[in-house]
Design a binder for this molecule. Structure first.
Ligand SMILES: [Zn+2]
Length: 254
């Protein structure tokens, strides 16, 4: 499925590049030639994307997590569904949520977002990280559960980060205020993190694997609560030990 997906994104990239090039003022093409190319080439590429999407839809029919959950999550269509399944399965690879976050580029190390370090081996999959960024965008544009969650997260950051001292960002410091873009990105990141927790829990349960006692998602020092995945009833395995407190710290430090 990943090959299908990469082909899809390749074609999409070519189409967008070609589209931009064709309509650039100095493309050197006559108007008639532009129209001709647009009709022929762009149509062909678009059609290929659609065909690939149909293939993806067919492949997804055999994926329990798609059938039982993802297909009903607003903001996730066949392309993003294929992204998730091809990168996150088999979920058994991630014995804990923090391992899944780390692989996805959503870990916090010493209270900071993990970034690429020069000369060091990368601990996450950069392609997946980019695709999850797209997923976050899609959630924000959707009218579903994760959009609502984004609004809640955003409201908290808006209240919490008034000055660059509050958020600690060097960029915000230069502008003398915490930028909208910073709070937007932070809230979106948190939504994707919560979604990954949900994915992990749902996928494990569908495979009959134990889902550990839920840790608490912590937004502030005073209020704690768990957000269950939308449209899926998780049966938690309370027989297992609680997750280490280190994980709670990580979540707090998003
Ligand atoms: Zn900021």
């Amino acid at each position: 499925m990943r090959g299908l997906l990469e082909t899809y994104y390749d074609i999409q990239r070519i189409r967008i590049a070609l589209n931009n090039q064709l309509f650039a003022k100095n493309s050197g093409l006559s108007e008639q030639a532009q129209v001709h190319l647009k009709e022929k080439v762009l149509h062909f590429l678009l059609q290929s994307e659609k065909n690939l999407q149909s293939f993806m839809k067919v492949s997804l029919r055999y994926e329990p997590i798609w059938k039982e959950w993802l297909k009903d999550v607003k903001g996730i269509g066949p392309v993003l569904g294929s992204v998730l399944i091809s990168y996150l399965e088999p979920i058994e690879r991630f014995s804990t949520i923090s391992k899944l976050w780390r692989y996805s580029g959503y870990a916090c190390i010493d209270g900071k977002i993990e970034r690429r370090q020069k000369g060091e081996k990368l601990h996450y999959n950069p392609r997946l990280k980019t695709l999850l960024w797209l997923l976050g965008e899609s959630f924000v544009k959707s009218k579903g559960f994760y959009r609502e969650l984004y609004e809640q997260m955003r409201a908290k950051y808006d209240a919490k980060w008034k000055t660059p001292e509050d958020c600690g960002s060097a960029v915000c410091k230069r502008f003398g205020k915490c930028l909208d873009a910073h709070r937007y990105a932070a809230a979106k990141r948190k939504v994707v993190k919560v979604f990954l927790v949900h994915y992990w829990m749902v996928s494990r349960q569908l495979k009959g694997l134990p889902v550990e006692k839920p840790y608490i998602l912590q937004y502030s020092d005073k209020h704690t609560h768990l957000i269950p995945p939308p449209g899926f009833d998780i049966k938690f395995d309370y027989g297992r030990p609680e997750l280490p407190s280190e994980l709670e710290r990580l979540i707090e430090a998003v």
